[in-house]
Design a protein around this ligand. Sequence first.
Ligand code: GDP
Length: 444
Amino acid sequence: EMFGQLTSGLESAWNKLKGEEVLTKENIVEPMRDIRRALLEADVSLPVVRRFVQTVSEQAVGVGVIRGVRPDQQLVKIVNDELVKLMGGEVSELVFAKSPPTVILLAGLQGVGKTTVCAKLAFYLKKQGKSCMLIAGDVYRPAAIDQLSILGEQISVPVYKEGADQKPAEIAKRGLAEAKKKNIDVVIMDTAGRLQIDKGMMDELKDVKRVLNPTEVLLVVDAMTGQEAAALVTTFNLEIGITGAILTKLDGDSRGGAALSVKEVSGKPIKLVGRGERMEDLEPFYPDRMAGRILGMGDVLSFVEKAQEVMRQEDAEDLQKKIMSAKFDFNDFLKQTRMVARMGSMSRVIGMIPGMAKVTPAQVRDAEKSLKIMEGMIEAMTPEEREKPELLAESPARRKRVAQESGKTEQQVSQLVAQLFQMRVRMKNLLGVMESGGSIPALN
Ligand code: GDP
């Protein structure tokens, strides 16, 4: 099982939460320690692990209780979502040139599977209806050119090759010209690897890149090398500029460190993964599926998602009911206005009510300022006046008294009273339920 060790390492984290009612700062300490250990053992780089653990901890403590969902299930969901983000969130598609041919330059150290990937990628694109041509540019490893020719024959894709005594940049130039002549859609160039990074390899790649002006420069890295793979992606990107990585040998007993570190460490996405030696064993890298495989808890994830969805709906309906049923007196007004002032956190829920616009930070600040003024005036009202705003609407004398007691002008009090009635109407309008008699009375 892929990343089996990581999966079982994380499992012990969930197990520590069995029997708990909510996630707290205290009860996540042990599980977070397990998560940290599991990631480090999977060979995820330390800074990445630190950031990950911190983000998950913060979210775990802040997460609200969802009815019917256990804390361990909630933590699974949080970890899943953060794993997806860590791996780049969305799938990162191959980019194709506006006018063909699209040129894909492959780079990588020796033995990572670069030559195999060359053919696999052509096979993958051919299935999508694209015509491909391979350019054999690995003049460093004697057997590589023959190897590519054999693979090309297997998948019926033409291979452009020259003798091993030619310069890769020259081969690239002539190969590209050949592809253009043949109206090929995608040209994939294999290049020479080395056992480790050296200047000769980098210079060669720079030359080839200059000649080809490729749409994609993909570094092939071996999943077995863990966080070292992420470091390589970073280095190659700084040296020659790459567009992404291809992670090979995910079928082996790799621990997961490469898949989890590459994007976060290098800023470059993994675009494709190799999961075996056969030509069909190359596929796009889907962060969400990868996270799902690591956790091995698809059913828990979809259960928590459903529960969250239900809760969001109930939240919104709750608020809607409150607004609808409120007689909307000054007590409600105060509550409602205070809520608006807190809308930094409320805007999520408000945004879910159809017709209610999102609240901007400036609106929140304004609301806080005017809340202070309004509170003063509402405090000067009698309990009866607060419950029956009509009393204030009907009586200038009452408004005058409120103004005097709160140290505001009569005009300000009148405005507040008018505002309350406007708010009643506006809310009902927003919810699409116009009640009869919900009009704004003229103040006497
Ligand atoms: P290069 O030196 O980078 O060109 O590496 P090769 O393409 O020659 O591959 C080296 C070895 O790794 C070969 O035996 C391949 O069959 C093997 N290989 C490549 N990709 C994968 C993969 O995704 N999974 C497994 N299990 N083996 C792979």
